[in-house]
Ligand binder design. Structure first.
Ligand SMILES: [Fe+2]
Ligand SMILES: [Fe+2]
Length: 192
């Protein structure tokens, strides 16, 4: 049973929608990574796995705030439609773009109006991390579309994921600290 205060109802509804989106993105990217490996796009598979881990971090962060506000973090995981890797990457990028352009800005505006700092923090971390995914997916799409198996998309490679906010980088030591949440870079997870 939910014990969400009336003034937090909309914020919790938004957090639940974000929790569902991130949980399903995690499932989708995990399935897309397996397909990319099967097609020999092992570097694209590495990226999809790193992004999947980041979405899991976002979902866990949102869930924590939902629970703090008296809600229950539950959602439905939908069956994933897996196509070829180029199509899958385009689907992934479209999802990120929706979150960056529409979903998170709207949710952030509502949380800001409510002065809910915990919600603002979890939405901001996710929004900024999704921008790193959109950039990397864009690069991967161009290389896969051109059939460049000799580029980074063709060979398994490490990506670095902030364990706090999910910021994702292709560079081992881009900064001393996460540029989004200030987490020390040496705590980043290496995902391949
Ligand atoms: Fe993402
Ligand atoms: Fe971070």
């Amino acid at each position: 049973m939910s014990s969400v205060a009336a003034e937090n109802a909309k914020t919790v509804e938004n957090l639940l929608a974000a929790f569902e989106g991130e949980s399903n993105a995690n499932a989708k990217y995990t399935a897309f990574a397996a397909k990319a490996d099967a097609e020999g796009w092992h570097g694209a598979a590495s990226l999809l796995r790193a992004a999947a881990r980041a979405e899991q971090i976002h979902a866990a962060n949102h869930a924590r705030v939902i629970q703090q506000l008296g809600g229950e973090a539950k959602c439905e995981i939908h069956a994933v439609a897996v196509k070829g890797t180029l199509e899958n990457l385009k689907t992934a990028l479209a999802g990120e773009q929706y979150e960056i352009d529409t979903m998170y800005p709207g949710f952030l505006a509502e949380a800001t109006e409510r002065k809910n700092n915990a919600a603002i923090r979890t939405f901001t971390g996710a929004l900024e991390a999704e921008k790193t995914h959109a950039r990397l997916y864009g690069e991967a799409i161009a290389l896969v579309a051109a059939g460049k198996k000799d580029a980074w998309v063709g060979a398994a490679r490490p990506f670095y994921v902030c364990p706090v906010c999910g910021y994702t980088s292709e560079t081992p030591e881009e900064h001393d600290r996460c540029p989004v949440c200030n987490c020390p870079w040496d705590r980043f997870e290496t995902i391949q």
